[in-house]
Design a protein around this ligand. Structure first.
Ligand code: SF4
Ligand code: SF4
Length: 272
């Protein structure tokens, strides 16, 4: 199914946290795992942190085995999607998630954000500093999904809590904000290839980003306090937050990230 076909299944109803819907998904349902094929799942930074840990892989190994690159529409930013697999002797246009098994999802406890939201989708219209009420939800109502015929009543808020979406959204918030802000740039404002590479590194390859911080000239150029350094050495979530703060500075020259005086002077000189 193409992205366009899937968009045909998006109901034009704008849902808020209190909106109600009936839905239940369980292993006994006839359509079990039908939703785990022919979809485009864009992975978030926190998805990678959880999945690579679950599979005991480095971020580079995870990227090489399970993902493919994509440019995010209207932003030009590089993102990754889960690489779906063709089934033997089946329609080559139909592809399956690599984690699907007869018994269900192999990585269920650490499944990506998109899978947790399903059958809902989420959209952000503006970046968070002026985002009051600008995030909303919608149904992805695919014909094969029989969960809507079940009788369990939810609000959107309850569904998000039950599926563990809140923590994903919280950790990914700064990243989502970067995407939304970049999308609102005029199309002629392009990022350099180097900035795009750095966006990819922080977003998806945290093991390499850690090396970049501690083993390149990064710490000669940027003023980073010792407490922050100790935190990011050991803690991947802190490393991600630090990286996103740096990206915000790199992309929009905002935030409290600082070049050391000598590096700042050199940068000014090079601009002249
Ligand atoms: S990660 Fe799990 S829930 Fe998501 S599409 Fe794959 S099998 Fe389905
Ligand atoms: S298609 Fe719907 S009801 Fe069926 S397994 Fe997927 S989410 Fe659950």
């Amino acid at each position: 199914m193409s992205d366009r076909d899937r968009m045909d299944n998006v109901e034009p109803v704008r849902l808020v946290p209190e909106s109600q819907f009936k839905f239940k998904c369980h292993p006994g349902i006839e359509c079990f795992t039908q939703c785990c094929r022919d979809i485009n799942i864009i992975l978030t930074p926190y998805d990678i942190i959880r999945l690579k840990k679950k599979l005991n892989l480095s971020s580079e190994e995870f990227l090489a085995i399970y993902t493919e690159p994509q440019l995010l529409e209207k932003t030009g930013l590089p993102v990754i999607t889960l690489k779906f697999l063709e089934e033997e002797d089946k329609d080559p246009d139909s592809k399956l998630c690599p984690f699907i098994r007869e018994s269900g999802c192999l990585v269920y406890d650490d499944r990506p954000t998109t899978c947790r939201y399903y059958p809902l989708g989420v959209a952000s219209l503006s970046h968070k500093e002026d985002a009051d009420g600008e995030e909303f939800y919608f149904f992805v109502h695919e014909p094969h999904c029989l969960g809507f015929k079940e009788d369990r009543l939810w609000t959107v808020k309850e569904w998000r809590k039950d599926q563990g979406v809140d923590i994903h959204d919280e950790i990914n918030a700064e990243w989502t904000d970067l995407l939304v802000r970049k999308r609102s740039f005029p199309p002629n404002m392009q990022l350099t290839e180097q900035t795009k590479k750095m966006f990819f590194l922080v977003s998806y390859n945290l093991d390499k980003f850690r090396e970049f911080v501690f083993e390149s000239s990064f710490l000669d150029r940027y003023d980073v306090d010792k407490t922050a350094l100790n935190k990011i050495k050991e803690d991947e979530i802190e490393l991600l937050k630090f990286g996103l703060k740096w990206l915000k500075w790199l992309l929009f020259k905002e935030g409290d990230f600082k070049l050391k005086p000598e590096a700042g002077a050199l940068e000014q000189k090079m601009k002249k």
